[in-house]
Design a protein around this ligand. Structure first.
Ligand code: HEC
Ligand code: HEC
Ligand code: HEC
Ligand code: HEC
Ligand code: HEC
Ligand code: HEC
Ligand code: HEC
Length: 339
C-alpha cells in the first residue's frame, strides 16, 4: 500500500469487493460512506470470546511467527504497566527517590510506563501519586492532579481490564488488545476467521484498533476514557467520543493523542488512507525508534516521491526532515505549514 502501484491495486480490490457485494451502482454511492459499507472481515465473535493473556499466543506463535513472538514481549507495549513485585526483564522503577518527590518508594504499588519519556506511579489503593518521573531530565515533574488510577489510567495500559473488579488478564498491552480476546482462536486455531483479521480490515477500522488507546476523548458509557465495550473490528465511534483536539500540546498529559490528531489529517481522509500501520510496525519487530517501518525521510518519500526537501522547502536547514517540519514535536496532524 505504500507506493502508487500498490495503492491502485488496493483501490481495485476495494472496488471489486464492494461490487461483488453490492452491485456496481452502489459502489459510487458507497465511496463517501466507506466505514458503513466496507464488508466486515469474517471474525470469531470478539464480543463473546474471553481474554486469555499473551503467554499462550506466544507459545504457539514462536514457531509460526518467530520475530513477533520473540520481540513483542520485550517492547514498550507489553512492558508499560506492572504491579510492584512482578517485574519482568526491562521493567524497573526509574524514579530517584533521593530527590524527595513527597512520597516514598514503599508507597509505589503499580507502575505506569516503561519510561521512554516518563513514568507514573499508583499506590495500593490505585491513587495516582502526585509527581511523574521524567526520564530525559532525570527529575520529578508535576503533570496532573492525583486521580483514581483504576478508573483513569489502567484501562489503556492493561489487557482484559475489569474496572469494577480492578483486575486484568495481562498487565501491559497484550496481543489481545489489538487482536481481540483469543479464546475462540485458541480452541480452534486452525479455523480461518477464529480471530480478527487485522490485515483485512478496512484501513480506518484498523486505525481504530490503535485509536482505542492512542486518542483523547471519553467512552460514551463509562467513567473511563477508553471504551470497555470496544473490541477490535468495531466502529470506535459507536462507544467513544473523540475529543477532536485542535492543537498538539506536547508537555501536558495526556500526550496519547495520535489517533485524534491523525483523524483530522489528510492522511486519514485520503483514499486509500495512510494509516498507523503504514508508518508503524504494530509489533515493533524492527529496531527503529517508535516502531517505524522506515528511517527518516524514506518513510515519507515512499508516497511523496516528488517532494524531496530542497525542491519544495528551499529554506530548509541542514537537519530539517519531513517530520521536523510536518510533525512538530511528534504531532500527527501533518499540517502544511505556512510558507
Ligand atoms: C494452539 C496454538 C495457537 C495459539 C494458542 C494461538 N494461535 Fe494464533 N494461530 C495458530 C495457527 C495454527 C494459525 C494459522 C497459521 C497460518 O495459517 O499461517 C494462527 C493464526 C493466527 C493469526 C493470523 C490470522 C490471519 O489469518 O490473519 C493471528 C493474528 C493469531 N493467530 C493471533 C493469535 C493470538 C493473539 C493468540 C493469543 C490470544 C493466538 N494466536 C494463539 C495457532 C495458535
Ligand atoms: C490497549 C491500548 C493500546 C493499543 C490498542 C495500542 N497502543 Fe500503542 N501504546 C500504548 C501504551 C500504553 C503505550 C506506552 C507504552 C510505554 O511506553 O510504557 C504505547 C506506545 C506506543 C508507541 C511508542 C513506542 C515507542 O517506542 O515510541 C507506538 C509507536 C505505538 N504505541 C503504536 C501503536 C499502534 C500503531 C497501535 C495499533 C496497531 C497501537 N499502538 C495500539 C497503548 C496502546
Ligand atoms: C486512553 C488511553 C490511555 C489512558 C486512559 C492512559 N494512558 Fe498512559 N499512555 C497511553 C498511550 C497510548 C501512551 C503512549 C503515547 C505516546 O507515546 O505518545 C501512554 C503513555 C504513558 C506514559 C509514558 C510512557 C513512557 O514510556 O514514556 C505514562 C507515564 C502514562 N501513560 C501514564 C498514565 C497515567 C498516569 C494515566 C492516568 C492518569 C494514563 N497513563 C492513562 C494511553 C493511555
Ligand atoms: C499494537 C497492536 C498489536 C499487538 C499488541 C499485536 N499485534 Fe499482531 N498484528 C497487528 C496488526 C495491525 C496486524 C496486521 C499486520 C499489518 O498490518 O502489518 C497484525 C498481524 C499479526 C499476525 C499475522 C501475521 C503477520 O505477520 O502479519 C500475527 C500472527 C500476529 N499479529 C500475532 C500477534 C501476537 C502473537 C501478538 C502478541 C505477542 C500480537 N500479534 C500483538 C497488531 C498487533
Ligand atoms: C505518515 C506516517 C505516520 C502515520 C500515518 C502515523 N505515524 Fe505515528 N509517527 C510517525 C513518525 C515519523 C513518528 C516519529 C516522530 C518524531 O520523530 O518526532 C511517529 C511517532 C509516533 C509515536 C511516538 C510518540 C512519542 O513521542 O512517544 C506514537 C505513539 C505514534 N506515532 C502512534 C501513531 C498512531 C497510533 C497512528 C495512527 C493513528 C500513527 N502514529 C500514524 C509517523 C506516522
Ligand atoms: C502511504 C502513502 C503516504 C505516506 C507513507 C506518507 N504520506 Fe503524506 N500524504 C499521503 C496522501 C495520499 C496525502 C493526501 C494528498 C492530498 O489529499 O492531496 C498526503 C498528504 C500529506 C501532506 C499534506 C497535508 C495537507 O494538509 O495538504 C503532508 C504535509 C504530508 N502528507 C506529510 C507526510 C509526511 C511528513 C510523511 C512521513 C512521515 C508522509 N506524509 C507519509 C500519503 C502518504
Ligand atoms: C523546512 C521545512 C520543510 C521540510 C524539511 C519539508 N517540508 Fe513539506 N512543506 C513545507 C511547507 C512550508 C509546505 C507548504 C508549501 C506551500 O504551501 O506552498 C510544505 C508542503 C508539503 C506538502 C503539501 C504539498 C502540496 O502540494 O500541497 C507535502 C505533501 C509535503 N510538504 C511533504 C513533505 C515531505 C514528504 C518532506 C520530506 C521529504 C517534506 N515535506 C519536508 C515545509 C517543509
Amino acid at each position: 500500500m505504500r507506493d502508487g502501484n500498490a495503492a491502485s491495486k488496493y483501490r481495485d480490490e476495494w472496488s471489486r469487493r464492494l461490487t461483488a457485494k453490492l452491485g456496481s451502482s452502489a459502489v459510487a454511492l458507497c465511496a463517501g460512506f466507506l466505514l458503513l459499507c466496507w464488508p466486515t472481515a469474517a471474525v470469531g465473535d470478539v464480543h463473546s470470546a474471553a481474554y486469555q493473556g499473551s503467554q499462550l499466543c506466544v507459545a504457539c506463535h514462536k514457531t509460526l511467527n518467530k520475530p513477533i513472538a520473540e520481540v513483542y514481549p520485550k517492547a514498550g507495549h507489553a512492558l508499560g504497566f506492572w504491579e510492584v513485585g512482578e517485574e519482568k526483564d526491562g521493567q524497573e522503577i526509574l524514579g530517584d527517590f533521593s530527590q524527595d518527590p513527597g512520597f516514598v518508594q514503599a508507597q509505589v504499588a503499580y507502575v505506569l510506563g516503561v519510561g521512554r519519556q516518563e513514568q507514573a506511579y499508583l499506590d495500593k489503593d490505585f491513587q495516582l501519586l502526585p509527581l511523574f518521573w521524567e526520564t530525559a531530565s532525570k527529575s520529578w515533574v508535576e503533570r496532573m492532579p492525583s486521580v483514581d488510577g483504576a478508573a483513569q489510567c489502567i484501562t489503556c495500559h492493561a489487557t482484559g481490564y475489569d474496572q469494577a473488579e480492578k483486575t486484568w488478564v495481562a498487565a501491559g498491552v497484550g496481543c489481545e488488545s489489538c487482536h481481540g480476546p483469543g479464546s475462540e482462536h485458541i480452541a480452534a486455531s486452525d479455523k480461518k476467521g477464529s480471530i480478527v483479521q487485522l490485515k483485512e480490515l478496512d484501513p480506518l477500522r484498523q486505525a481504530m484498533v490503535c485509536g482505542q488507546c492512542h486518542s483523547l476523548g471519553q467512552a460514551t458509557a463509562s467513567a473511563s476514557p477508553r471504551s470497555p465495550d470496544y473490541r477490535p473490528g468495531d466502529d470506535l465511534a459507536a462507544t467513544f467520543m473523540d475529543a477532536k483536539p485542535g492543537a498538539h500540546v506536547p508537555h501536558e498529559l495526556p500526550p496519547w493523542t495520535e489517533y485524534s490528531e491523525w483523524l483530522q489529517s489528510k492522511h486519514a481522509s485520503a483514499s486509500p488512507p495512510a494509516t498507523c500501520t503504514t508508518c508503524h510496525d504494530p509489533h515493533g519487530v524492527g529496531s527503529l525508534p517508535h516502531q517505524l517501518r522506515k528511517e527518516g525521510d524514506a518513510l515519507c518519500l515512499d508516497c511523496h516521491k516528488d517532494l524531496s526537501c530542497p525542491q519544495h522547502a528551499p529554506a530548509s536547514g541542514e537537519r530539517a526532515t519531513c517530520a521536523s517540519c510536518h510533525m512538530p514535536q511528534g504531532s500527527h496532524f501533518f499540517p502544511k505549514p505556512a510558507t
